[in-house]
Design a protein around this ligand. Structure first.
Ligand SMILES: [Zn+2]
Length: 92
């Protein structure tokens, strides 16, 4: 008899398009104030997308304008740099 595995919530990474356990991903949200924030708690209000904790996925998501599409908001260089800064803090 095989042991039943606990169901792990999966989320799609907007970079590599792979489904991974939520806890292995970073959540980025557009807040109701229309700001783009990195959500380290995973509980922020707003529309969220997920990314692997991987620089390649981060770059891919920006290259293909995934954030713009998901958030229907133009991502300024300033926003990008801000998110990137937090993102790399998490990676360490
Ligand atoms: Zn990924």
């Amino acid at each position: 008899m095989t042991k039943k595995k606990k169901k792990i919530p999966l989320r799609l990474c907007i970079g590599c398009q792979e489904k991974k356990p939520k806890k292995e991903l970073v959540r980025i949200v557009k807040t109701p104030e229309n700001e783009i924030k990195l959500d380290s708690s995973g509980k922020m209000n707003g529309r969220g997308v997920y990314l692997c904790k991987d620089e390649a996925c981060f770059d891919e998501a920006f290259k293909k304008n995934k954030f713009q599409k998901s958030f229907q908001k133009e991502i300024k260089n300033h926003d990008r740099e801000e998110i990137k800064k937090y993102f790399f803090e998490i990676l360490q």
